[in-house]
Ligand binder design. Sequence first.
Ligand SMILES: Nc1nc2c(ncn2[C@@H]2O[C@H](COP(=O)(O)OP(=O)(O)OP(=O)(O)O)[C@@H](O)[C@H]2O)c(=O)[nH]1
Ligand SMILES: [Mg+2]
Length: 251
Amino acid sequence: MKKPNKQDLDVRMRQREVYHNLTLVPGMWAVVRLDGRSFSRFTQQFYQKPFDNRFKDAMVQTATALMKDLHGLYGWTSSDEISILLPPGWAGFGRSLEKTLSLSASLAGSTFSLQVGQAVQFDSRIWLGATLADVLDYFQWRQEDSARCALQGWAYWTLRQQGKTAQEVTQLLEGTDAAFKNELLFQQGINFNETPLWQRRGIGIYTAQVSKTGFNPILQQEVMVQRNVLVQKDDLPMKEAYRDFLGDLLQ
Ligand SMILES: Nc1nc2c(ncn2[C@@H]2O[C@H](COP(=O)(O)OP(=O)(O)OP(=O)(O)O)[C@@H](O)[C@H]2O)c(=O)[nH]1
Ligand SMILES: [Mg+2]
């Protein structure tokens, strides 16, 4: 049998990298969404339920690292998920899908792991949007989901902390609506509407201009300078006000 020459082999093998030419559709908005792998188990071992400030801080650090590396327009994190918004003209990694997914997941995993001293992984996916309205829908969708999960988490862990088993609590809460869970918490002395906003609405990360004092060596005096810095917003608005806030930020 004839041996393939080296060049043929190279061409044939590269043809089998069948997904490598996939790119984010040109001209579309994109969100990279990352989610911690098996974090239900991982958090149960190391963190307070339902929310833990140390966990939140590690997620914010991870989202910030992604915002910097990907040059995101807006970052949002809640629970174990992170969304990073990329503009339609984004040109990172030549818009390669494989590179964007694998490198974002790798950066998230390594950043979080170094923060907490445990090896963890994130999965990564891409959402595409045609218009700014699509982008606002996306972030409203994630925020509403986050509020639902926060209420469920508070109800679940409040009952568990009273000594009920996982099975009992699951049965008790199955099919119940938000009003029921709010009332249940209220009877236990917890007003869900007074829990920290970031637990219900997530945390936003974006670039803002701030004034800072700098030193002008020619004038030999202190001067005020404008700097672009990444800011963390723990008290995001919700619903229409959130859409307005994002619309202003992204216009
Ligand atoms: N203890 C604790 N757990 C948290 C906190 N934030 C998020 N979690 C947990 O993280 C988990 C995230 O859920 P999912 O992403 O749906 O589930 P998962 O186990 O990560 O599974 P996969 O994402 O499918 O791999 C939930 O169980 C949350 O309770 C926190 O501040 N403290
Ligand atoms: Mg997860």
